[in-house]
Design a protein around this ligand. Structure first.
Ligand SMILES: *Cc1c(COP(=O)(O)O)cnc(C)c1O
Length: 350
């Protein structure tokens, strides 16, 4: 399976996006969010490239944190809940304190760094703004070996600027007194970085935490660049004559002579043609219907759409290559977030 499919990642474009983010956030420390396998682009490859270009990394889980180069500090954005997790520490890991119980679980051997997560509206987890002082005092009094290295909140509803500004106000009131005493105060994510009002309101913060913008999932209309493309080789071709059927279920009958190209990819690569059914059947059906109505191609030679013949099966997709140069690789329009993470990544830096 998965013959001749690869994901090319443009490190130049990631670098470009990073520079743009930094220009929007002048003077702030950079925290590159590389959770979810660096948003599908490969955690190791991306972390290796970014390690000398950003100040910190952030991930969602301990397992991801352990994959970060050890000389680079990495903030785990979600809380750890049990002792075994904590006992697998590495010294470059920064924990998030999002409830008071965690404080007692942090092992004493190492002087850990922590960031305190303040809930300013998400109501999912976090220290309430009015409890922040008490929690900080408690850590200082009971666990003096722990370094409180940061305070942050998450802007979870950035489409609503008014709401977000209110959130930032709450955050500012809670942590203003710690500016200059606690090294990092941060709130800006990708959407916040793009919104000038929100960005201005975060002037008192001194770090940003971005993922989507860095990888070009966001900001394409604001000059940020897409950073990856999937390419498939045509692994075989044959001609089918007018009137003959092609593929499963006799679902496709050639109206004229067709040159068929075989791609060694299919549903199993999570290419979103008609897969993902197990995960999210509703989304999938919508997507197939949408692409069908729009007659929107998902496979391209350069910029020309290439038609899929019949239905892709688990690991083979047939395409109409009558009019294209079969020595060219074909570009597959798929989000790296949806695509199978085991697809080989080719990092390009020129
Ligand atoms: C994922 C995440 C981010 C990054 O968000 P982007 O929109 O990708 O920039 C920042 N903070 C927290 C807490 C996150 O979970």
């Amino acid at each position: 399976m998965m013959k001749g499919l690869k994901c090319e990642v443009s490190l130049n474009n990631i670098e470009y996006n990073l520079e743009k983010i930094k220009e929007l956030n002048i003077g702030k420390k950079s925290i590159a969010v590389v959770k979810a396998n660096a948003y599908g682009l490969g955690l190791e490859g991306i972390a290796e490239f970014l390690r000398d270009r950003v100040d910190y990394f952030a991930v969602a889980e301990l397992d991801e944190a352990k994959r970060i180069p050890e000389e680079k500090e990495v903030l785990i954005l979600s809380p750890l809940l049990n002792h075994t997790d904590f006992s697998e520490f590495k010294e470059n890991i920064i924990f998030t304190i999002d409830n008071e119980d965690i404080i007692d679980k942090i092992p004493e051997e190492v002087g850990y760094k922590v960031h305190v997560y303040v809930d300013t509206g998400m109501n999912r987890m976090g220290i309430k703004p009015q409890d922040l002082d008490r929690v900080i005092e408690k850590i200082g009094a009971q666990r003096p070996e722990i370094t409180i290295h940061g305070i942050y909140t998450h802007l979870h509803n950035t489409k609503d600027t008014k709401y977000t500004l209110k959130q930032i106000g709450i955050f500012k009131d809670a942590c203003e007194k710690y500016i200059g005493k606690i090294p990092l105060i941060h709130a800006l994510n990708s959407a916040g970085t793009l919104n000038e009002e929100v960005r201005k309101a975060c002037d008192f913060t001194n770090a940003f935490r971005t993922g989507n913008l860095l990888y070009g999932y966001d900001g394409l209309t604001d000059g940020f660049k897409k950073t990856y493309s999937y390419f498939a080789d045509i692994i075989n071709t044959y001609t089918v004559h007018a009137g003959e059927h092609i593929g499963y279920g006799l679902s496709y009958k050639a109206k004229k002579d067709i040159k068929v190209g075989v791609l060694g990819i299919g549903n199993i690569e999570h290419l979103g043609f008609n897969r993902d059914v197990r995960h999210n059947i509703f989304y999938d059906i919508l997507k197939v219907i949408y692409n069908h109505i729009k007659k929107r191609p998902v496979i391209f030679e350069e910029t020309t759409g290439v038609g899929i013949i019949g239905r892709p099966n688990m690991n083979i997709t047939l395409v109409d290559v009558s009019d294209i140069d079969v020595n060219n690789k074909l570009r597959i329009e798929v989000s790296a977030i949806l695509a199978d993470s085991s697809i080989p990544k080719i990092y390009k830096y020129e």
